[in-house]
Design a protein around this ligand. Structure first.
Ligand SMILES: [Zn+2]
Ligand SMILES: [Zn+2]
Length: 345
């Protein structure tokens, strides 16, 4: 048995070293000649494509209409992010960290009117008013040992936020280290029932999974938690009311279960300015009629998690879904990670 394990380890060693040699032995790499080195070719092609996409997105910024060059950039991003060869590669890490660094830097700029809404990986959002900066479902992504977003950037972002709201426990939405960092900074974390119970007095799971209003007087906002579900998982729908400025709602991973009867009536009690739904939510039209928002910013596209690529949810699919819902006249500002949009009533 030991001998068997030893030979497997030896095999892994040889494969690993030969792979390493594949990229290091190319004598013509500095002339951009990759003949005989297809993996190295693909890696460099991805780096070129991510770079060009980033430039294009910085030129054609998010808006209620999507100009053709921006659409091409988003669809190209779909292609890169649905090619698993690009998962956990340097071109991907460079792309996402460059964009998250821009968020970190922009958070220093004051918002004087309305709300600035940032989109982050995976279903994460930061909403900033003149008095408050709140994060919803902020995570670093990837694994603990190799997160997508560098510690210096994600914890830099945490340091500029005043509160964190978590929809549900799934790791593409909730990260305990991030929550602890909020608490360590003296900031409150509102989590769903049963999540992180007793971890820290500032990490506050709901006592019951019922509609709950939580005041943040110092931030001049009220959090209204609506008791949604992803199947049988508690899923807080976080409705954040920035007093006198605007109300935004993020749906987490709302999915089936038993909530449609009250979701149909949300608009009778809340005036939702911006809804951030999970892009794959079931019965999109019924949810939009229930919340009746003035505009959308869809989230959760291109989750690079455990799903096979058919459930990574491309930007082009969101665009097609919006075409099907065009009769509702609710614009979707389609953004990728590290972009933001200024909303004013
Ligand atoms: Zn989930
Ligand atoms: Zn999710």
């Amino acid at each position: 048995m030991t001998k068997h394990i030893f030979s497997v380890l030896l095999l892994i060693f040889f494969v690993a070293t030969s792979m390493a040699q594949t990229t290091s032995e190319n004598p013509n790499a500095n002339q951009y000649i990759y003949w005989g080195y297809p993996a190295e070719y693909k890696l460099n092609q991805a780096a070129a494509a991510f770079g060009a996409i980033d430039n294009m997105l910085q030129t054609y910024l998010p808006g209620k209409e999507i100009p053709a060059p921006r659409e091409l950039a988003l669809v190209s991003l779909d292609q890169l992010l649905h090619d698993t060869d690009n998962d956990a590669t340097e071109p991907f890490y460079n792309f996402i960290n460059k964009r998250m660094l821009r968020v970190l830097q922009d958070l220093d700029n004051p918002v004087t009117k309305g709300l600035r809404i940032y989109k982050l990986y995976n279903d994460g959002f930061i909403i900033k008013s003149n008095k408050a900066t709140v994060a919803i479902d902020l995570i670093p992504g990837g694994s603990d040992s190799k997160p997508f977003i560098k510690d210096s950037i994600i914890y830099g972002i945490v340091g500029k936020c005043d509160a964190l709201f978590i929809s549900h426990w799934h790791p593409d939405h909730a990260n305990l280290n991030v929550a602890k960092a909020f608490a360590a900074n003296g900031k409150r974390v509102i989590a769903p029932k049963d999540l992180w119970v007793g971890v820290d007095p500032l990490i506050q799971p709901l006592a019951e999974h019922v509609e709950t209003d939580i005041e943040f007087e110092d931030l001049d906002l009220t959090l209204h938690v609506l008791p949604g579900h992803q199947d049988n998982v508690y899923n807080n729908i976080n409705v954040v009311e920035f007093h006198g400025i605007g109300t935004v709602a993020q749906t987490g991973d709302q999915w089936y279960c038993c909530d449609m009867d009250w979701i149909d009536h949300v608009h009778e009690r809340y005036e939702i300015d911006v809804l951030m739904p999970n892009c794959w939510i079931h019965d999109f039209e019924r949810h939009l009629r229930g919340f009746a928002p003035k505009m959308l910013i869809t989230g959760h596209e291109n989750e690079l998690g455990e799903h096979s690529i058919d459930h990574r949810e491309a930007y082009w699919i969101t665009m097609k879904k919006m075409e099907l819902l065009s009769h509702l006249h609710i614009p979707n500002v389609l953004m990728t990670w590290g972009e933001w949009y200024d909303y004013q009533r």
